[in-house]
Write a protein that binds this ligand. Sequence first.
Ligand code: G6P
Length: 442
Amino acid sequence: MKKGIKIVTIGGGSSYTPELVEGFIKRYDELPIRELWLVDIPAGQEKLNIVGNLAKRMVEKAGLPIEVHLTLNRREALKNADFVTTQFRVGLLDARAKDERIPLKYNVIGQETNGPGGLFKGLRTIPVILDICKDIEELCPNAWLVNFTNPAGMVTEAVLRYSNIKKVVGLCNVPVGIKMQTATLLDVSPERVHIDFAGLNHMVFGLNVYVDGVSVLDEVIEKMTNPGNAMTMKNIKAIDWEPDFLRGLHAIPCPYHRYYYKTSEMLEDEMRAANEEGTRAEVVKQVEKELFELYKDPNLAIKPPQLEKRGGAYYSDAACNLINSIYNDKRDIQPVNTRNNGAIASIPDDSAVEVNCIITKDGPKPVSVGDLPVAVRGLVQQIKSFERVAAEAAVTGDYNTVLLAMTINPLVPSDKIGKQILDEMLEAHKEYLPQFFKAVEA
Ligand code: G6P
């Protein structure tokens, strides 16, 4: 690896790519990237060209010898890669909009990574990531796969269970978002803040918070009880928590916990949004249009601040810090999705969890937390069961298994409603779910 790093980004035409490129540029002294390959599919060609050319201008402006390659040929790109990052969206934003709108017809949360929407995003994504894993095995067997593609927890679970790839890490910006917002609440610099993260992707808790090594959890919780101080991400409505609920929980919930602990308020707001400004995918489509117009400007050679309208703030920090720490064997602590290996007692050893890890050249080594507080343990286990059954359904294309996954999801009220949602969503996403239609059509 020391000759200079080759990075391949699948879904390179994403509007988030400038953030990643900025992250690599900032860290070039420690992370000497020689080649950055941005890969996309024919439907993404135009976006790839626009964002790829911006990436080239950014690198040129920084005066760095990084070659940026744009390609639709994934296999050509993967040859001898050191790191493969994945950030693709099967079915693009139109599929996400269906994930969000269809469940609402049944009075069920429609969300990208939670409930029926999360299930269907997983069903569309898992077969593709497993194909990518086969290519990695053949073309760059020593590479690290760094996955951002949502639902990142379920995807990491599927890779661990159904591929031969061991060097995989799932990443999310939620923990870093919580850390930054905690630092702001406490009015201290983020470097002084340490949070004990444990749980699953989009289901992670901050079990304790320290400033300079001293626990300040009580203070953070009290600050969070003040109106307007509830932490969130751009894509999740910042409805405040009940102060006494937070005190009882005595841990920091992640923004996505609102879908479970505030289901009716979130549903009500989603219904309102669907009738007014549109679902999140529909809003994001508009934001993307504006972003790509900006990216086209030949004089633009930086990441434009408008990218901050997206929910993925700090995602490149998570990705670049992880790659940097693996490459340089930094042994610092970062929250990532990896094989549990006993870090959380009530989750199986071989399942993916989101937990603080020591990041070494041999990958993340999870830091043991003992167990989760009893109040949240059951929900986390239930979501893990859902992710596992969903991953199995994505691989087998079995109807009974996918109905089981749908029904055990805590946001789905019954098997009957689950089946109605399932049937409508299977039909709506048919073109991206060949595994469920093969038998019928054969
Ligand atoms: C959050 C999540 C990401 C998700 C993003 C969506 O930050 O952690 O997993 O991809 O929001 O943001 P968007 O702007 O697409 O709604």
